[in-house]
Design a binder for this molecule. Structure first.
Ligand SMILES: [Zn+2]
Length: 531
């Protein structure tokens, strides 16, 4: 307590802070660092008396009716001091930002370590496959850094061992399904065949995302936000996008719906378009949650027909890589910032979301991420395979599951979510291309070649062999593309190699893969990314 009483005496919050009280919690916005910090009601009652006039004793007396509760007051003074929120802080913007990052990160890191250690012990005890593979090693795992002692779980493991050896002892899949405690998901099978796993529908507690994300806050009260999902017309467990009455496509207690879609989204027929519009008008979503390719195709179809873009309060993309071209189209047509979610059906959907800086942050109530190359965690800024440990589910959890995506971990994003792990998404492992000299270039690396170019709406860059590249592209209406085409050719030579040959083929729609997706990069050579 020593430090507290010396630097505080009479604590006073900085006058430039913006305090917003809500029904469930309070937020302090720091205009210097642009961070939003959250506090519960009781903490806020205490903080509101940090006015330079109340002593810790008098605050304890006033809030708790008991001057001996002074410890609780002092702990909070320490916390806001660490966060640089007291007038005595007198830090410059940069020092303040790093002090806040540290104060946010360290406790969250400790909590992550505890969750990981507990999950590994639980899995080694309850899940037959992990009992065999982890066994006594569980005792050596005290945190995220120790996970490297354990084997990874592959998609093939899931195909081989679900459900028999990947469900907790004493739980029966059939009973869980009958009681509707879980559903089944089938992943779309873009990598080596279908994959089945458990799905938990409707979380009792809203994840941090709903409480903290600026776009979700803008969309309305947490419990009432309505989300329209717009993606491939494929059924996946609880989420079904096939033709059936709208009411049957609702889930999450009626707060979400799957909007009708099309198997040829780039050639959307007028009747399909009318149905989609009709459903959006009926449901009136606050949030559009869409596959970016499908959302852009919808926007272009509406514009061709001279119809207005439906109004929503927030736009999130998911399911597929968001290209720089699609981010710009969606931002301009909806007049909103575009955020992304990252997830996969077998890791129970949304595991991470993007902040204002465009980086992903991991929802740590559910998942802990590692980024691996050759079995070891990569350094910040390097590309590694996303490896997920699920830390919260009752009947099944993965320990070190490799989703098949690549990302670069980020040490410090400098945003409001610095307590959460951060990364930049690089794309799918199997969609990595190679320069003519054999260096890997991820989907994100390829997508950078299209920055600022505006002559096409959709593209797919196919690598045929070491030096032959084919760009399939759907032209944008009314844009002369000769300049952009030249720029792209130059950039391809710079990045992929001087001897790289680029053929550009204009098409009316891109070829669709079996899961009805349109990956921006396709590798048809024998080179593959070695994880
Ligand atoms: Zn961030």
């Amino acid at each position: 307590m020593g430090s507290t009483t010396t630097h505080v005496g009479l604590a006073r919050l900085r006058r430039d802070l913006v305090i917003v009280r809500r029904s469930d919690q309070a937020e302090i916005h720091d205009p210097l660092t642009l961070r939003t910090l959250t506090f519960d009601d009781m903490q806020m009652d205490v903080l509101s008396l940090f006015d330079g006039e109340h002593t810790p004793e008098s605050i304890a007396e006033e809030v708790f009716g008991d001057a001996t509760q002074i410890d609780a007051v002092c702990r909070l003074i320490d916390r806001v001091h660490e966060l640089g929120l007291l007038e005595s802080a007198r830090l410059d913007r940069r020092a303040l930002a790093s002090a806040q990052a540290r104060a946010l990160r360290e406790p969250a890191r400790g909590l992550r370590d505890q969750r990981v250690a507990a999950t590994v012990r639980w899995a080694a005890r309850e899940i037959p496959l992990y009992e065999e593979r982890i066994g006594a090693l569980a005792g050596e795992v005290h945190g995220v850094a120790d996970l490297v002692k354990l084997p990874v779980t592959t998609k093939q493991d899931v195909r081989d061992h679900f459900p028999a050896r990947l469900i907790a002892r004493g739980a029966s899949l059939n009973e869980l399904l009958e009681r509707r405690e879980v559903g089944m998901v089938t992943s779309s099978g873009s990598t080596g065949g279908r994959l089945e796993f458990l799905y938990y529908d409707g979380d009792p507690a809203p994840p941090a995302l709903y409480l903290r994300h600026p776009a979700m806050r803008a969309a309305g009260e947490v419990q009432q936000i309505k989300i329209a999902n717009f993606t491939t017309p494929i059924c996946s467990g609880a989420v079904c996008h096939r033709a059936s009455p709208l009411a049957q496509r609702m889930f999450d207690r009626g707060r979400q719906v799957s909007i009708s879609s099309s198997e040829r989204i780039m050639q959307l027929r007028r009747s399909e378009l009318d149905l989609i519009l009709d459903e959006l008008t009926t449901f009136k979503p606050d949030v559009l949650f869409a596959d970016p390719v499908y959302a852009v195709a919808l926007v272009r179809a509406l514009q061709r027909e001279g119809l207005a873009i439906p109004q929503v309060k927030a736009v999130f993309t998911s399911y597929d890589f968001l290209t720089t071209i699609h981010a710009a189209v969606l931002r301009e047509s909806f007049g909103l910032p575009v955020y992304q979610m990252y997830g996969a059906s077998e890791i129970n959907d949304n595991a991470a979301f993007t902040c204002d800086h465009g980086r992903f942050h991991v929802l740590d109530e559910r998942s802990v991420f590692e980024f691996l190359r050759a079995g070891r965690p990569v350094r910040p800024g390097e590309v590694g395979a996303i490896t997920v440990t699920l830390v919260s589910r009752p009947y099944s959890r993965f320990v070190r599951y490799q989703v098949g995506d690549l990302a670069r971990p980020i040490e410090d994003c400098g945003c409001a979510f610095d307590d959460l792990q951060a990364f930049e998404l690089e794309g799918r492992m199997q969609e990595v291309l190679f320069t003519t000299r054999g260096e890997p270039v991820t989907t994100r690396g390829v997508d950078r070649l299209f920055e600022g170019l505006r002559w096409i709406d959709f593209y797919q860059l196919v690598q045929r062999d070491r030096s032959r590249f084919e760009l399939l592209a759907v032209r944008r209406d009314g844009v002369d593309g000769s300049e952009d085409e030249r720029t792209l050719r130059e950039r391809v030579r710079e990045t992929m190699g001087k001897d790289a040959e680029l053929e550009i083929v204009y098409v009316r729609e891109l070829p669709v893969n079996p899961s009805l997706k349109y990956p921006p990069t396709v590798n048809k050579t024998t080179s593959t990314w070695q994880p």
